[in-house]
Design a protein. Structure first.
Length: 130
């Protein structure tokens, strides 16, 4: 990944990469190159992952009718398509001052939680006996 990024003009770009490039070293390379980044963060970096998970759980209002605090924003969609129901939700924390600086994510401006639930309809076929 570092060799690939070194060959690109990134100043002013927004770079999105899946969890394979989630380590803070990639964020550092992108930040130094003048780019913003959207990186997937999964359980490989256990301490940071657990802290993020706990922070989102603690920040979530217990009553769904109560709005999130000001630095948080939530959006979602519901869709029925191709025999399945899918519900997606995104929560953005725009003030990650709770994110431990020792995890070295330079330029970190927000942390986002993405949730998805899919329900598939089961189709059955009946053949009458003759």
């Amino acid at each position: 990944m570092p060799r690939l990024l070194a060959g690109l003009q990134l100043k002013g770009a927004v770079v999105t990469i899946d969890a394979m490039a989630g380590p803070p070293q990639v964020a550092e390379l992108l930040h130094e190159a003048g780019a913003d980044y959207v990186l997937a963060h999964k359980a490989k970096q256990k301490n940071a992952f657990e802290a993020v998970k706990a922070r989102f759980a603690a920040g979530r209002p217990e009553d769904p009718g109560v709005p999130w605090p000001e630095a948080w924003q939530e959006a979602g969609t519901r869709e029925m398509n191709r025999g399945r129901y899918e519900q997606r939700g995104v929560v953005v924390c725009r003030n990650p001052d709770w994110f431990d600086k020792s995890w070295k994510w330079p330029g970190l401006q927000s942390v986002i939680e993405v949730r998805r639930q899919t329900l598939r309809q089961r189709h059955s076929k009946e053949t009458p006996h003759r």
